[in-house]
Design a binder for this molecule. Sequence first.
Ligand code: FPP
Length: 243
Amino acid sequence: MNLDLSKIPSHVAVIMDGNGRWAKAQGKNRLFGHKTGVKAVQKIVQESARLGIKNLTLYAFSTENWKRPEQEVTILMTLLVSSLKKELKQMTENNILFNTIGDLSKLPGPVQKELKYTIEQTQNNSGMKLTLALNYGGKEELTQAFKEIAHKVKNNIISPENVDETIINKHLYTRNLPDVDLLIRTSGEERISNFLLWKIAYAELYFTEILWPEFNESHLHLAIHNYQKRERRFGKTSEQLNA
Ligand code: FPP
């Protein structure tokens, strides 16, 4: 399949879903599903950087995921730390800048420490920005932004008339990310699940039946190919765009 390299989406976001179902279908436990999910993350990160995608944002742990059995939460946190340790070299070699969104203060200490270290070690890289959403929720992101703005209004730092999209954007975790161009969700579910609510306003949505552990480079190409065939009108008419 030929991708148009001049039309690579600048911001791709992924809801990586289906680790548990994939493991079950293999007669294995959920841990095996998540471990294989990490391998898919490695493949997709590498291929995204190679294709020239500037921003890749992955939904790794939502504010709702704390409701999972304690053992599974622990497994996900442990996998995260071991993956960060293992992948730092690759990220450095591929000039990847590592970033997070979400409220990290609720994550276990060792996870926070490893995240901070990885961010520091990659902050001068100029290639793809890889953002992991951790303890992230779109509603929570907006709520904390509005709360901060309300405080600033109260303290006369911002006047209510001046609250606009630019000001709101400046208070989001995602303030340094552009709008999402392409949002991919695996495993056949067709939901947003509280991901990047502000930044997906005009995103193209792509749903695939493939379960995350099986999602590979060719599936990513397929998603981008599908994206490249779409007409993004941003509220305009087709005629206006073609004029
Ligand atoms: C969905 O599968 C996936 C997650 C809960 C989070 C994604 C986590 C990984 C890909 C592995 C760890 C990630 C990093 C970055 C180290 P599910 O468990 O919801 O699957 P199910 O819906 O089939 O049960």
